[in-house]
Structures are given as C-alpha cells and as structure tokens.
Ligand binder design. Structure first.
Ligand SMILES: [Ca+2]
Ligand SMILES: [Ca+2]
Ligand SMILES: [Ca+2]
Ligand SMILES: [Ca+2]
Length: 374
C-alpha cells in the first residue's frame, strides 16, 4: 500500500461516525441453533431515549442484495445507566449475565438473522419496509440511499459469496472484506479510552452451552481486527461495556503469492501523545514476551525478525515503524509483504512500544496484532 493510501485510511479512521449511539456488538451465528442466541448491543449516552431509532439489517447475498431483512424498532426504550441497550431474541439467562444497569429489549427476529453477507445499520427517521429492495439492480450501490432515514452507524460482513454486496461504506460505516478463512459469527466494537469508537473486530465464537459464555475462537485463529489470545477481550460481553485492545488491524491476512498489506492503527492513549513509538514483530509468538520495564512487557518473543526490525526502521516491509505519536497518542503503520517471499500458513505478530527519551524508558506496549500469510 502506498503511504498516501495508508494515511488516507488512518485519517478517515474513527472520523466517520459522529453519532451519539453506536452498534457495539452483534452475535448472528451462535454455536448450534441460532434462535435464542442472537443479540445486538447498542452503546450511547446513559439513560437516553432512542426515540425514532431503528436497527436495519440489509441482505447482501447475491440476488437478494439490498433487501431489507429486518427492521427492529428501538423507540420504546432508553439506554441503561451504563449507556448500553441489549437487544436479545430470548429471555434465557446469558453467561455472563448482562450488567444490571443495561436496558434489555427482547425482540426475536423472524426468521433468524442471516449468517451470510449483511449490513447492520443504526439510525433514525422513517424506516424502509421489510422486504423493500434498496438496490434493484444488485450493483452494490443503494439506488436512493435509505430514503427518509438518517444513518448514524453501519457495518458490513460477508461470507465471500459471488456477487454479494456490502453497503456500510456508502452509509459512512465499515466493511470487512472476506478474509478467506471464516465467515464471522460476531462483530465486536473496540472503543478508545474516551468511549469513542476506535475499530471493529470480527470472530467466530465457541461456547460450552447454548447461552454462553461466547469465547472468540483463538484456537482456530478465526479472529481478526487485533483480537489476541490472552490480551484484551477474550469473548463477547453482551450487556457489559466492551473490553479494549490498543492495536487494530484492517485485514486478517496477506496473500503469499501476490503479496499484500495490513494496516495497523495504534491507540496508545492521550498520556503518550507526542512520544516516539517503534513497531516490532515476531514469528515466535506473543508469550511470555519481553519485559522492558516492571509495568511494560512487549507481547512478542525474541526471534531473528524482531532483532532485524530494531535496526531496519521505516523500510517498505514495516512503514513507518518508527515515528512520533499524534496528539491523541495514535499512529498507523503498514506491514507489506512482497510477492513470493513467504509460504502460506505462517503467522506473524506485531506490537508497538512507546519510548520516553529523557530519562530514557518505556511508557507503553500495545496489545499484539496478528497477520496470517495466506
Ligand atoms: Ca443467524
Ligand atoms: Ca443499485
Ligand atoms: Ca436487490
Ligand atoms: Ca459488550
């Protein structure tokens, strides 16, 4: 990826959603039968009515592209004292149970939410009717937007089907290209320290029973967006404030034969604004990592790649691997694999550290982020 494209992605990051309400979590494909397992979590200001708000689900599968599958009215409820609304399709007890401060709205989508290519939309106004087709020619462009309806948040996933369509980007939201490995069971939002949206992640989930707890499937490596085993959120937390990771990635993997790039966005927080950072990587995993300071452990194990990166800064492979964080303590760095350099099925982890020049020290280590050579 060209540097200009990298920074275009970075600058648009987090700036597309000025809304006060956001979609924070979605489970559409639980283990076993989905009925009774599906939920959507909304996060916003505390104890605030969602008057005239709706969740829309737009089908993206082939000849059904653009069809409104579900219209879920939220106008009868307010967020809870913690800012959360949990929309559930059953009253069965969840594990772990939602925070008592969360508002729980029971709404059972019939039929169940489709597990393929879909766009999830949160907004207000006059919703379209169930069955309406907003993309008559199935070209992936909404023919007239969503007439009479104002979108405040949108996200799309896909199962990679031929002629499938995603609509979130034209609505100001985020689309996940097919990762080549798995169709996500869930979407999970990452927020920054201020509660502003930072990035979306997706995963498959596993659970010991029909009502959870729903763990991300790290064993099968069916996670993307910076979720990492042993660091940050390890599973869904419906009705509870989402956990944090500090290194987000835009794609699951890069192609071995053709090469490709993965953009990583670091959120080291306001306390680290203006300080120098360094991205490093390892082919040897994240545990136990390298202790740099009593409170700062780099989640990467020593190997020749890590050692090489300490002396090869800002190369096309990892760029810019060294620089200065912006006023919010953020930056972006791209890992770019040239064609034919590595065979498929290799996993590489990256992480970033933040340095204090004087007196010299380490103030921060990010969570690790994985890229899979596919
Ligand atoms: Ca489903
Ligand atoms: Ca169209
Ligand atoms: Ca259509
Ligand atoms: Ca949650």
């Amino acid at each position: 990826m060209r540097t200009s494209a990298l920074f275009a992605a970075f600058l648009s990051f987090g700036a597309v959603l000025p809304a006060q309400f956001t979609i924070s979590e979605v489970l559409i494909d639980g283990p076993g039968s989905d009925d009774g397992l599906e939920f959507i979590e909304i996060r916003g200001p505390a104890s605030t009515p969602l008057t005239n708000y709706y969740v829309l689900i737009i089908d993206g599968d082939g000849s059904n592209a653009g069809d409104i599958d579900h219209v879920i009215p939220l106008g009868s409820v307010s967020t809870g004292a913690n800012g959360l609304l949990l929309i559930r399709d059953t009253t069965a007890v969840l594990q772990p149970p939602p925070d008592p401060a969360t508002t729980v709205l029971v709404y059972n989508p019939t039929p169940d939410i489709e597990n393929g290519t879909s766009t999830f939309v949160l907004g207000f106004g006059n919703p379209p009717s169930v069955g309406a087709d907003l993309d008559a020619d199935d070209d992936g462009v909404l023919d007239n937007g969503i007439p009479g309806f104002t979108t405040v948040d949108a996200v799309s996933i896909t199962d990679g089907g031929n002629n499938d369509r995603m609509y979130a980007r034209q609505l100001g939201g985020t689309e996940f290209p097919y990762n080549g490995e798995f169709t996500p069971d869930c979407l999970y939002r990452i927020y920054d320290e201020t509660g502003a949206p930072f990035g979306w992640t997706v995963a498959d989930v596993v659970a010991p029973g029909p009502t959870g707890p729903f763990s991300f499937d790290f064993a099968a490596n069916e996670v993307q967006g910076g979720l990492a085993e042993g660091y940050g959120p390890q599973g869904l937390d419906p009705g509870r404030i989402n956990g944090r990771i500090t290194l987000w990635t835009n794609v699951y993997g890069v192609d071995a034969a053709n090469g490709g790039s993965q953009v990583m966005v670091l959120d080291a927080g306001q306390a680290n604004a203006g300080l120098p950072y360094l991205f490093l990587g390892s082919f040897a995993g994240t545990r136990p990592g390298i202790a740099l300071h009593p409170t700062v452990t780099l989640p990467l194990n020593f190997d020749p790649y890590l050692v090489a990166l300490t002396g090869l800064i800002n190369t096309p492979l990892l760029n810019p691997s060294f620089g200065v964080l912006d006023g919010r303590g953020r930056t972006a760095c791209a890992f770019t694999l040239p064609p034919g350099v590595l065979p498929p099925d290799i996993v590489i982890d990256h992480a970033a550290i933040v340095l204090r020049p004087a007196p010299f020290g380490f103030t921060f280590a990010s969570t690790p982020a994985r890229v899979v050579v596919q």
